[in-house]
Unconditional design. Structure first.
Length: 165
């Protein structure tokens, strides 16, 4: 996969990054049958994000993406295309993260998200928006945390743009 973006807002050195834990994740721009885009509103931290998350041990990327979508947006998905990767050097966490990014569409019925306690405490809620409104929501997010502001929002804007939105 081609690299879409390298996020290094804290100017981590290559020496720093070489010592950090690697986290791999799968994320997607998910659309439903009406062409609406799934976003997660992190209401207590004032930003929006795309569905997806970390790969569990020995889990492949597509399986992880499908699991994350079932958990976060209550929907099974089918991958429709590969977009590329986003690499993040998160100095604040001593973490190098690679997100494998896709487009996907909902298959079957929409269900109910099964948020973790941490996600519930951040006020996660699923919203389905038109592509224009999804992009606007991301572009106007004013995240109140460094993680959201420096990493999640810029990453997800790049993914949405790579998907042609």
């Amino acid at each position: 996969m081609k690299q879409l973006l390298l996020l290094n807002p804290e100017n981590a050195s290559e020496e720093d990054v070489a010592q950090w834990q690697l986290r791999e994740a799968a994320r997607a721009v998910v659309t439903d049958e009406e062409g609406l885009v799934a976003l997660l509103h992190v209401s207590k931290e004032n930003y929006y994000k795309l569905p997806g998350g970390g790969l569990d041990k020995a889990e492949d990327k597509i399986t992880a993406l499908r699991r994350e979508c079932i958990e976060e947006i209550g929907c099974d998905v089918e991958v429709t295309s590969e977009l590329g990767t986003v690499v993040e050097y998160r100095k604040i966490f001593g973490l190098r993260q690679i997100s494998y990014c896709y487009t996907a569409r909902v298959i079957g019925e929409k269900g109910i998200p099964d948020f973790t306690e941490k996600e519930r405490s951040k006020g996660f809620e699923i919203v389905w928006l038109s592509p224009d409104d999804a992009k606007k929501a991301l572009l106007t997010s004013e995240a109140t945390t460094p993680e959201g502001k420096l990493y999640i929002v810029p990453r997800d804007i790049a993914i949405l743009e790579a998907a042609g939105f």
